[in-house]
Design a protein around this ligand. Sequence first.
Ligand code: NDP
Length: 293
Amino acid sequence: MAQRLDGKRLAREVEDRLKVLVESSSAAAGRPPGLAVLRVGDDPASAVYVANKEKACGRIGVASFGAHLAAETPQAEVLAVIEDLNADTRVDGILLQLPLPSGLDEGPLLQTIDPAKDADGLHTLNLGRLLKGESGPRSCTPAGVMAMLKSQGIDPAGKRAVVVGRSILVGQPMALMLQAANATVTIAHSRTTDLAAHTREAEIVVVAAGRPGMIGAEHIRPGAAVVDVGIHRKPEGGLCGDVRADEVDPIAAALSPVPGGVGPMTVTMLLVNTVVAWCRQHGIDHNLDDLIV
Ligand code: NDP
């Protein structure tokens, strides 16, 4: 049976560290860290994700400055809200919850976020910094995956890694982070032929395709570490990922569960980005370097 890449447990451990740091440094900073999660429209999954993020802020003492705008809010108005948050000195991190309602163009809105407050690491400047190996806020999901691998002693250096998916949100930054950690990385996507031939070569497989159960025993080399980013609601209730865990579990050396794997770490890395921005703003030393990729 594979070692469990327990994101839920790691998220709790990291949150404990963040809580101590926030408690011990808020007086010196004169205020707690602040995160603004901006939601537009009524996508039900987004409502759950935003609520989880706000709850996580509450647990570690980060102030939430959430805004919820109606689906029909014009682009200029959303832009103005982001500009206000950029100027708000209580706010260290801004997250625009995606997807946006049709009619809004996410590109210019993400670009409007002050790169220093880009809690999701999706601003072009911060993606460019990742590409160049410069420091900056990193995309939360792949940064969470890196933290999970590290916490279990899985060092990507010298290993063959396959990332299934090439989105800007997950696949691309994931591949860059694994490469920066000295893995030899292949990115697979919907036009990849014979996916299994690629994944079977890999010692690390990160699956972020958004296709329930697409990766099974035939894709995995014995002893591989498999990280399942996918998250799907099953028709019969409950959640599943992109990996058929029952098949992969006996073959892999390590496997992240769904739920309880990448999801909780994504939220935690959002907090890490916010707290690090706050520390930088106030010249506070932090002990979070092991989480920064
Ligand atoms: P996108 O839909 O933006 O990207 C999916 C990627 O997978 C694309 O690059 C696509 O290729 C590729 N792909 C699709 N089908 C296949 C296939 N059959 N074989 C190989 N590659 C394929 O999704 P995201 O990256 O935003 O998210 C991926 C998954 O991760 C989703 O299930 C999402 O819900 C989940 N997620 C989970 C998070 C968490 O916190 N746990 C956070 C973010 C996402 P192409 O480019 O050719 O279209």
